[in-house]
Design a protein around this ligand. Structure first.
Ligand code: QV4
Ligand code: CA
Length: 478
């Protein structure tokens, strides 16, 4: 349950929010595999309600467990998982089974063509009927654990996971995904379900499919969406023995620090001492699909692609410091917080357009294709298994540290230059800074960093440079 089953030399997953399966398959082959990404989190795969104007959040309102959504159908999904596994990229599915679709003002129609009657809690394509749900009530008080778990989250019809029929339908759905070769799940709204019910469900899951390269007796990886910033009735600790947890404290704290609300020197003991979960149980990210648009948790501290410079710095820290199971967000651009992904006049999701320079267009942001981000994915793979060494700071907002003898990274969030001789821990030689540029043949299109025999190098980052980070590692020596 805790092992994400990534290849030994890989480390991070990317959430390809609202991408279509055919596009993801290509992205695995053309980009994610070659660049060393460990996995993808995909949007919900099962049939959801068609909501007016096609907001992104319609996918969190299930109509059935038929695998047809705007991202594609079952055969396309199966093909995607297979092709991604082939290039070493694992699939984690966002699964929604706390609830079914809310009232829509009449009959609800799903993306697979199924009808449902949420007024009557009737979802014939599963089937679920009134008896499978909790009696209706609203969640008003997050200090009341009973309410949070047995009442309706924003009017979404609340399934009773204690009922064997409900457990069986959920299990059939999850096991089918396991058969198709997925490596695990992000369990939506886990805190709105009883830990004991989840224990039964997780405990009955099939082992991962060995035909997709998983060792025998592998359990699906589970990361549970439990938002616990402290001060609520339900604690993440109630779920830690069941699977990993989305550590929203990291998202809030990293955003605050790189927005200048906390001195970077304080990041020296980043980890449990900050009140985070232990590293092997924490899924860590700068932003997620909710808090990048003001839903969920974290509020104004959260950094997103819209604040690109501090966002890239925060991402570089998240990938550069050894803490947690990391996830990168890959977004579509939005102004309105309800807005769904780019679509054509019939409501079909548009494919991202990849430009000559490798970046995305047609409304897709593709943070994972930003050089400063994908090169940090490689950095993280290169330094995997090493510890932080030789921490340096200027007493405020300039910091640097080594990762064993494999990599070195520096940050400048001051309004003045960083210009210092710093211990890099790397063997003598010239290295290419993978943030300002990249190694091209035997040359470097960005800053060159000369490491002397004593392991020291002159590190320069000006306050007005495009990026406030510099990163070098053993894989990009000149
Ligand atoms: C509206 C009103 C309600 C009212 C109801 C009456 O807001 O107050 O009771 O009508 O009919 C959408 C709309 C929402 C609407 C609801 C029902 O945004 O306004 O209610 O549908 O029609 C996503 C979105 C929600 C969206 C939901 C379902 O964030 O806005 O609701 O999908 O489409 C807590 C939870 C945590 C949750 C987080 C957002 O503890 O679990 O809030 N995060 C996950 C997902 C998230 C998703 C859900 C849970 C629900 O990450 O994306 O919500 O599956 O912190
Ligand atoms: Ca519930």
């Amino acid at each position: 349950q805790f092992d994400p089953h990534q290849l030994p030399d890989r480390s991070t997953m990317v959430h390809l929010f609202e991408w279509k399966w055919d596009d993801i398959a290509l992205e695995c082959e053309n980009f994610l595999g070659p660049k060393g990404f460990a996995g993808i989190q995909v949007s919900p795969v099962n049939e959801n309600v068609i909501a007016p104007k096609r907001p992104w959040w319609e996918r969190y309102q299930p109509i059935s467990f038929i695998l047809t959504t705007r991202s594609g159908n079952e055969q396309q999904f199966a093909n995607m998982v297979k092709r991604c596994n082939k290039v070493g990229v694992r699939t984690y599915v966002d699964v929604v089974f706390n609830h079914m679709a809310a009232k829509q003002g009449g009959q609800a129609v799903g993306t697979g063509g199924s009808r449902a009657y949420p007024e009557n809690k009737d979802y014939p394509a599963v089937p679920f009927t009134n008896a499978d749900f909790h009696p209706s009530c609203g969640i008003q008080d997050y200090n009341d654990a009973y309410q949070v778990r047995n009442c309706e989250l924003v009017a979404l019809r609340d399934l009773n996971q204690t009922i064997p029929h409900v457990q069986n339908k959920i299990l059939e759905f999850l096991d089918r995904l396991v058969d198709l070769g997925v490596a695990g799940f992000r369990v939506d709204a886990a805190k709105h379900m009883w830990p004991n019910d989840l224990r039964v469900i997780y405990g009955s899951l099939k082992n991962l499919n060995t035909a997709h390269g998983f060792p025998p007796n592998s359990k699906p990886f589970i990361v549970q969406e439990v938002i616990d910033l402290g001060g609520e009735g339900i604690k993440r600790d109630e779920y830690v023995d069941l699977g990993a947890i989305t550590e929203f404290k990291v998202s809030a704290a990293i955003g605050k620090a790189f927005r200048g609300g906390d001195d970077l020197k304080n990041l020296k003991n980043w980890g449990e001492q900050w009140g985070f979960l232990e590293s092997s149980k924490a899924l860590v990210f700068v932003d997620n699909h909710d808090n990048q648009r003001g839903h969920g948790a974290g509020g104004a501290d959260i950094l997103t692609y819209k604040q690109s410079k501090p966002y890239k710095m925060a991402t570089a820290f998240n990938l550069g410091f050894p803490f947690g199971i990391t996830r990168i967000m890959s977004s579509f651009s939005f102004d309105d917080t309800d807005q769904g992904p780019p679509k054509d006049s019939s409501g079909n999701i548009k494919s991202p357009v990849i430009q000559k320079d490798g970046s995305c267009d047609a409304g897709w942001v593709c943070e994972h294709r930003w050089r400063q981000i994908y090169n940090m994915v490689e950095f993280q793979n290169q330094v995997k298994g090493t510890e932080v060494g030789n921490w340096w700071d200027n007493g405020k907002n300039q910091i640097a540290f080594c990762r064993g003898n494999a990599g070195f990274i520096a940050f400048n969030l001051e309004s003045f230059d960083l210009n210092q001789d710093i211990q890099t821990c790397l063997p003598a030689g010239t290295y290419c800074d993978v943030i300002s540029g990249d190694k091209v043949g035997s040359n470097c299109s960005g800053k060159k960093v000369l490491v002397g025999n004593d392991g020291k190098a002159r590190i320069i980052i000006g306050p007005n440079e495009d990026d406030g980070v510099l990163a070098i590692h053993k894989g990009k020596k000149l």
